[in-house]
Design a protein around this ligand. Structure first.
Ligand code: KIV
Ligand code: ZN
Length: 436
């Protein structure tokens, strides 16, 4: 059996294909404390959530989904703590998730009572599969759930005089007919009647990613062109990564008209995770666009993330993995070493062009030494000489370099182990200085 039950929109123009890079950052919304947290083996404690929240603020997030307050006491208390202890900076808006069910919506309003501002995020499931198998409801009945939820948000906000704005997600969008999803979103918008001064968010989730990224972008373009009140709507995307294409979905989706991205640090989240905002932001940075998020000390962020979530950042995770700027092989080391010289001599015309390094690791607070050139049996003369020179100020004459390199490679090969810079220096001194 195969999974290909997505829907192409009734019309496609593929206008997004014509653009080759994203020229401004989206509004970023971190869902680490909600989607990320709900997928952890051990969800974060209140104190851990507080520390994570503080880190997200420091990184520059202006919108943060802090949880699903009706889901547990910790979630509820976390919202109350942020509000009662005045921990929400003036330029940050918290967001809370609620299903379109009366008692859950009411509990959510209790959680955000007194907040300086908040986004109430309403969702219900709209896919064919969920309509038939879970809810046993037809299209009109499912639309009614969304509309009734939207009305209740409106009513409770007026009654409580809260400073709230709204977001609506047609959950399980990938299995929903695209024109029907737009109809549901437009029905919700007709209740909320947004204006350019009081915008609302329509959020398109790839709850479970089932289509290729260009299909998703085509769906986003259709939604962008067919939503009512478009000037008063922030079109948000919430990509998941089931096919491994969360980043592509977000990037093509932005080209197709989206204004906002919900995701997590390092792609934590349900199953294969939410889209990785670190990758998206640094991709943008590498194209010369300021993402307005600060990943200039990525190691510190990674360490805090691993400690607080209990997750591990894979060694090959873009930009953050321990090995993503490392070259062991001789030809790569040689090219990198020559590229560094080219770069330092100012021949790069202002672009980062060092071979095999997608960006300057120093922009992420990573160091050349130790991070970039490491020596094992695959390494070459350029790499060994680079270590001896940059670490110990030892310039190895060109004629001597092959011999030194074969010595080090040989040791590494016999021992099946990487050679540390200290070991390289010791072996060098033993053979070439003391003549052992
Ligand atoms: O992935 C999803 O569909 C969600 C919604 C609640 C937005 O997390
Ligand atoms: Zn999600």
């Amino acid at each position: 059996k195969y999974q290909r039950q997505y829907f192409m929109p009734p019309t496609c123009t593929y206008d997004w294909v014509k653009k080759d890079y994203i020229d401004h950052p989206p509004i970023w919304c971190s869902v680490d404390l909600r989607d990320g947290n709900q997928a952890l083996i051990e969800p974060m404690s209140l104190e851990e959530k507080l520390e994570f929240f503080t880190m997200l603020v420091k990184l520059g997030f202006k919108e943060i989904e802090i949880g699903f307050p009706a889901a547990s006491d910790t979630e509820f208390e976390f919202a109350r703590t942020l509000i009662e202890k005045n921990m929400i900076p003036d330029d940050v808006t918290i967001q809370v998730l609620t299903q379109a069910r009366e008692h859950i919506i009411k509990k959510t309003f209790e959680a955000v009572k007194g907040a300086p501002r908040a986004i109430i995020h309403l969702y219900n499931s709209t896919s064919v599969a969920q309509r038939e198998q879970v809810f046993h409801k037809d299209k009109n009945e499912i639309m009614k759930i969304a509309v009734e939820g939207a009305k209740l948000l409106d009513k409770l906000t007026k009654e409580t005089d809260g400073n709230f704005s709204f977001e609506y997600s047609p959950e399980s969008f990938p299995g929903t007919e695209v024109d029907y999803a737009v109809d549901v979103c437009n029905a919700v918008l007709d209740i909320w009647k947004p204006t350019p001064d009081h915008k609302v968010i329509i959020n398109i989730p790839t709850t479970v990613e089932i289509a290729m990224p260009h299909v998703f972008a085509t769906q986003v373009e259709y939604i962008h062109k067919n939503l009512k009140y478009r000037d008063s709507v922030t079109l948000s995307l919430h990509p998941h990564n089931d096919r491994g294409s969360g980043v592509s979905d977000a990037e093509l989706g932005m080209l197709a008209g989206a204004d906002r991205i919900e995701g997590t640090l390092f792609g934590n989240g349900e199953r294969t995770g939410n889209v990785d905002i670190v990758t998206l932001a640094v991709n943008m940075f590498s194209h010369g666009i300021d993402p307005e998020l600060d990943f200039s000390n990525i190691q510190e962020v990674g360490e805090a993330y691993e400690r607080l979530t209990g997750m591990h950042i894979h060694e090959r995770t873009p930009y953050a993995g321990a090995l993503v700027f490392t070259a062991f092989s001789g030809s790569h080391q040689d090219a990198i070493s020559k590229g560094f010289t080219w770069h330092m001599e100012g021949k790069d015309n202002g672009f980062w062009t060092v071979p095999y390094l997608p960006i300057d690791p120093k922009d992420l607070g990573r160091k050349y030494e130790g991070d970039v050139i490491r020596i094992n049996s695959q390494s070459g003369k350029g790499g060994v000489s680079f270590i001896l020179k940059t670490r110990y100020g030892l310039t190895i004459p060109k004629e001597m370099q092959p011999d030194v390199s074969y010595t080090m490679k040989g040791i590494s090969d016999r021992e099946h182990a990487e050679l540390t810079p200290e070991r390289i220096r010791d072996e060098f001194e033993a053979k070439y200085v003391r003549g052992a």
